[in-house]
Design a protein around this ligand. Sequence first.
Ligand code: DNO
Length: 395
Amino acid sequence: MEKTWRWFGKKDAITLTMLRQIGVEGIVTALHDVPNGEIWQEHDIRELRDYIEAAGLRWSVVESLPVSESIKYGGADRDALIQNYCRSLENLSRCGIHTVCYNFMPVLDWARTDLDYAWADGSSSLYFSRARFAFFDLYILKREGAENDYSDAELHAAAELEQTMTDDERRALIDAIIVKTQGFVNGNITENDSQPVELFRQLLDLYKGMTPARLRENLQYFLEAVMPTCRAFDMNLCIHPDDPPMPLLGLPRIVTCDDDIDWLLHCVDDPHNGLTFCCGSLSAGAHNDVPALARKYATRTHFVHLRSTDILPNGDFIEADHLHGRARLVEVCRIFERLNPTLPMRVDHGRTMLGDDKCGYNAGYSFHGRMMGLAQMDGVMAAVKEMEHEQNPNQ
Ligand code: DNO
C-alpha cells in the first residue's frame, strides 16, 4: 500500500520536509479554508498540489470534501449544494486527484470524551467513556428523551458525575466532544464559537424526527446525483464509517456494520462508490470483525485508515496501539496487500508522546505517536510482502 499521512496544509506545524524524512509517499489533505458547501476552485487545488509535489510528494487523497448538513438532512438547498460538490470533484480530477473521502454522520463527525487519557508509560491517547458521554447528553446538552438511550448503570454513573465534576472539567468535556474533535474536520463548530453548546443544539434540531431509513434515502439521493460526475471524471468516492459505529445523541448512524456497508455499496452499485476502510472506527463496534470485513470489501475500498481500539468491559473504548487491539492490523495489512496492494493507507491517530502535547496538534494527530505507528505498519507491510513472495515467488 502507498504510505500516506494526513497533513493539515501549510499552517500544519508538521512540515512536508519532515514527512519526507520519515518515509511518507503521499499526502492526504483538503482545502481547509474553503467554507463547507462552497466550490473548490481549480487554481486553489492546483496551487496546493504543486506545493506538495515541490516537496517530492504527491496529493493522493482528499480527506475530506465535506458533505453539507443540508444534504444529509435533505434540506431545500441540497440540489444546489450537490451541484457544487460535483464541480469540486471535476476540479479535483482536472488536477489529477481522484480519491475523495467523505462521511455521512449527522452533526457530529467523530466522538471522543477524553483527548489525553493517560497511559502508564507516560504517553496518552484518545478515549470514549460512555458515562461521560451520557453526562454530556443529560446534564450539559439536556437533550429531551436522552435518559431512554442509556442503561441504568450509565444513568447512575452520569448522576454521580453531576455531583463531582468541576466547571473546568465540564468545559474540557464540551471541548472534547464538540469543539476540539470537530472544528478542524468539518467546521460546524470551531474554537472561535463562544456558545458551542447552543450552536450544537441548533444543529441537532435540524435532524428532529430523522430515522435511519430517511438518512439512508438521503445518502442514496446524494450518491445517485454525484455518480455521473464520478464516472465521467474518474473520481473514487470513499465513505468513512461512523465513528464510533453506533447511534449517538438520538442521531441515526448508517455506516456502522456489514449490513450497512453492503447496503450502501449496492444502492448505487458502481466501483466509484467505495469505502474508506477505517479499521479504528469499525473496531470500536463489538459487532464488527474487522479482518472479515476487510476480506469482504477489499476490492470496493479506495483508502485505508490503520488504527485499532480496545473495548472495555463497561463498553468504553480506548485507542490501542497499532500492533494490538480489536482491529488486528497485521491481518488487515496481509489482506489488503494481497487483494488491493496499490491502495493508499494512512496511519490514523497516534498516541501523544515525547513532547507532542506541547505542539498544539489537532486531537489525535500527534507527530511522534503517528510516526511510531507508521514505522510499525511499515514493518508489518514489509514482512507481509516478504511472506507473500516466499509463498508465490512468481508473482
Ligand atoms: C478523525 C477522522 C474523521 C474523518 C472524517 C472523514 O480523526 O477520521 O474526522 O476524517 O470523518 O470524512
